[in-house]
Design a protein around this ligand. Sequence first.
Ligand code: HEC
Length: 254
Amino acid sequence: MKKFIASVMFALSATLMATTALASGGGVHLEHADVDIHNKESLQRGVKYYVNYCMGCHSLSYSRYNRIAQDLELTEEQVVKNLIFTRNADGEQDKPGALMKNAISQKHSAEWFGAPPPDLTLVGRSRGPDWIYSYLKAFYVDPTRPMGVNNTVFPNVGMPHVLWELQGLQEKHCTKEGEGAHAVEHCELKTVKQGSMSAAEYDQVARDLTNFLAYVGEPAALHRSTYGILVLLFLAVFAVLAYFLKKEYWKDVH
Ligand code: HEC
């Protein structure tokens, strides 16, 4: 029986490790995103980049503009002016209470890009912040691909490098070490065309976008940690009360 339990535990942990490896990008080295969903300024920049550069293709169908406005402490005017570029079925600008959908056709975009751009509401949870951050930095020029770019984190991706004007263009250079079957290939990305931003500035853009996607995947996380502390405080006070209550009840028994 012990052996059986041990082998079940082993199988479970092996599966868990395999899924974690898969979720974290399957062997590609991921950079640490170092995001902080409590950093409101970063989230405010992130949502602005998102609606300007990503929303045209990627909806956030499980999120509403006014929820984001509230969480990120934006005024309704700021939201209407700076965030809402989408229109409803009657062609009017979406209201702040609307879901963050876009008008791109799944069928046509699948033809254009080889794959439809997925909804990104939950990508912060499915891929994780490190993956998204690394992915946004990992586009490189590849003339064999339909969009002229490829990505080391998501090989043969259908997405064009929409932030290339900010980041510039990179090329992949690989060197081989060793011979035959033992040869190991090391690849790195080198900038071949400077963008409008420095490397550090672009890292910040990628971090702000990642931070925003991490937040939008689980908005409740903003408040959850505060509740956690309150619950622990309550339990601490309750434990003292329970202890004295127990003493009172058992007083006559002993
Ligand atoms: C021109 C359309 C287009 C724009 C604009 C665009 N994307 Fe994409 N994106 C795609 C397509 C298409 C895919 C799916 C690629 C595939 O499966 O090959 C994709 C995939 C992704 C994925 C991977 C999703 C997954 O889990 O598989 C992420 C993350 C992503 N995009 C983030 C962004 C961000 C952030 C922006 C804005 C900076 C952005 N995209 C702008 C078209 C676009």
